[in-house]
Design a protein. Structure first.
Length: 198
């Protein structure tokens, strides 16, 4: 499964109507609702703020809204594009400012579908779509003499979000792909002669 890692936007103009498509990384439905609500507040001058989302490690949680557009002409085509992308844990909003020309149902379906495709293409081009890798938190405490050894050990692993606290001892925490956790734990224990455990 692939996931979105950064906010991305793309804009289309169709018969003087402006369509601003934005993608947001998102972990759950509560966050999705909050994102949509903040978009509606941010773009209070817009005619519609349509949304669609795909969440879950199996893309099993889906949602959408036409936000006042004729039923099935906005949220559904946007959601169909998201489902077809194979990307999960993302929310799409398409904000429309009406330009004075009615697009008809076919025109709306195309405009919202094209907006979704454009912003997904932008996310791919910018490298904001990546394979999902399950990560686990880790932490350990060590003395200052072992700290440099531990930092050197990290170079062999895909650790991220490393946080260090310096007090009487050094407390190190971070994230690591689940598949690498046991090996890092073993290497830390070996390198410290059993004095430090993950």
């Amino acid at each position: 499964m692939r996931i979105l890692t950064e906010h991305t936007s793309a804009e289309l103009a169709v018969k003087n109507s402006r369509f601003l498509a934005e993608l947001f990384p998102c972990a759950d439905q509560a966050e999705a609702r909050s994102l949509v609500k903040s978009q509606k507040t941010k773009y209070a001058d817009a005619t519609h703020v349509v949304h669609a989302f795909v969440l879950g490690l199996n893309a099993e949680i889906l949602g959408m809204s036409d936000d006042g557009e004729p039923g099935g002409t906005a949220g559904r085509p946007a959601l169909d594009v998201l489902k077809g992308s194979g990307i999960s844990n993302l929310v799409l909003t398409v904000t429309r400012w009406f330009g004075g020309t009615l697009l008809g149902t076919g025109g709306l379906v195309k405009a919202y579908g094209d907006s979704a495709k454009a912003v997904l293409a932008a996310a791919e081009e910018q490298g904001f779509v990546q394979e999902y890798v399950e990560k686990r938190d880790f932490c350990f405490s060590c003395d200052y003499t072992f700290y440099q050894t531990a930092r050197h050990l990290f170079e062999s692993f895909d650790v991220s979000d490393v946080h260090e606290e310096f007090g009487e001892a050094v407390r190190v925490s971070g994230k690591i792909p689940s598949a690498q956790l046991d090996e890092l734990a073993a290497r830390v224990t070996d390198a410290s002669n059993g004095r430090v455990s993950l």
